[in-house]
Write a protein that binds this ligand. Structure first.
Ligand SMILES: NC(=O)c1ccc[n+]([C@@H]2O[C@H](COP(=O)([O-])OP(=O)(O)OC[C@H]3O[C@@H](n4cnc5c(N)ncnc54)[C@H](OP(=O)(O)O)[C@@H]3O)[C@@H](O)[C@H]2O)c1
Length: 324
């Protein structure tokens, strides 16, 4: 089968498509015939060697797929062969991937495989950041950075479904139009307008209840100052590669909370995961969640697909379709 290997840390040129034997699932594992491999910003940070505790080359690229169960490693496997699933795995940019059976979710029938590949990382992160951790409620105001990205378009729609006022930032007018169509009440093209000034004007100087920040550096600093007293900033990424820091005195003086978020910390919270998947089903069946997965590349184009994200050309999910 074909698989994509990160041969050393570096740019997209370090990705290599290789022919390897089809892997066999061990006890508690399944083999998935991959119909769509999800790309995430973390894949790029891992390839660059910038991901905290990330893998060391050579390693298989990607950790998220949607596909069908192809083989089971244990006789008591809960997934019949041929079932459509989505979830986390190793070597996700592959024609076949191995995953723990217990960590998979059934593919919702409303979604095709490319759309389903957007759920494990980006939907669940958006849900748990905004709701499980952020506690966002109707009537509150939230500032979302990178609002047109893979994570961003889920956050916008979840916040809209909750009845929040949404200030979403992105880098082009086309992205602003997109997030507005998904329910962002105040899209801000930050290359033309200062988002902090917009927050001040929209909230009449009060500031936001919640900020979800994934850029780091100056954007983190400015975002923090967009909070109201007793507001919370959730930091979950550093796309700018710039560090961010905050002083304890600053936090206590302003009554602010800064929370780190990583999805792995929620993986074993069955109650929260059940709620996230239950709300996903409700929103999909009632037409209240659109899953954008229009950027589809062949497996052999993995380097182009990652560069497409790095160039900030993507909106919503980017996937690889093996065999296309
Ligand atoms: N902690 C977690 O568990 C977790 C889980 C999922 C994702 N994340 C993080 O959340 C963020 C979004 O992830 P994603 O996969 O959905 O990616 P994405 O949003 O589709 O892509 C990243 C976006 O960040 C924006 N950006 C702003 N400043 C940037 C810079 N200096 N360089 C590059 N991009 C910049 C760009 O949008 P504009 O051009 O519109 O600014 C870009 O499209 C990433 O930082 C990722 O690491 C964290």
């Amino acid at each position: 089968m074909k698989t994509v290997v990160v041969t050393r840390f570096g740019g997209p040129e370090v990705l290599e498509v290789r022919d390897v034997p089809i892997p066999e699932p061990g006890p508690g594992q399944v083999r998935i015939k991959v119909h769509a491999s999800g790309l995430n910003y973390a894949d790029i940070m891992q390839r660059e060697g910038l991901y905290p505790n990330g893998p060391k080359p050579p390693f298989g690229a990607g950790f998220e797929v949607a596909g069908t169960i192809d083989a089971a490693g244990s006789p008591d496997c809960p997934w019949p062969i041929g079932t459509g699933v989505m979830g986390f795995c190793e070597n996700g940019y592959s024609e076949f991937a191995i995953a723990p059976a217990a960590r998979l979710m059934p593919k919702p029938e409303e979604l095709d495989f490319a759309q389903a590949a957007a759920i494990p990382c980006q939907y669940l992160t958006a849900y748990h950041a905004l709701l499980t951790l952020g506690g966002l409620r109707e009537g509150q105001t939230v500032l979302l950075q990178a609002a047109a990205g893979g994570l961003g378009v889920f956050m916008v729609q979840i916040a809209r479904n909750l009845g929040a006022t949404i200030i979403g930032t992105c880098s082009t007018d086309e992205k602003c139009d997109l997030i507005q169509s998904l329910g962002c009440t105040h899209p801000v093209n930050y290359t033309k307008r200062d988002f902090a000034a917009e927050v001040k004007q929209i909230t009449k100087g009060a500031g936001c209840d919640l900020v979800v920040e994934s850029v780091g550096g100056n954007v983190f600093d400015k975002s923090l100052r967009c909070l109201k007293s007793r507001g919370r900033l959730i930091t979950l990424g550093a796309a700018s590669r710039q560090p961010a820091s905050v002083s304890a005195i600053q936090l206590l003086a302003a009554n602010w909370t800064v929370s780190g978020f990583h999805l792995s910390g929620y993986a074993n919270d069955m109650e929260a995961m059940g709620k996230a998947i239950g709300d996903l089903a409700t929103w999909l069946s009632s037409g209240k969640l659109t899953v954008l997965a229009q950027h589809r590349f062949a497996l052999e184009q993995a380097a182009d697909a990652q560069q497409f994200i790095s160039d900030r050309k993507s909106t919503g999910k980017v996937v690889l379709i093996p065999g296309s």
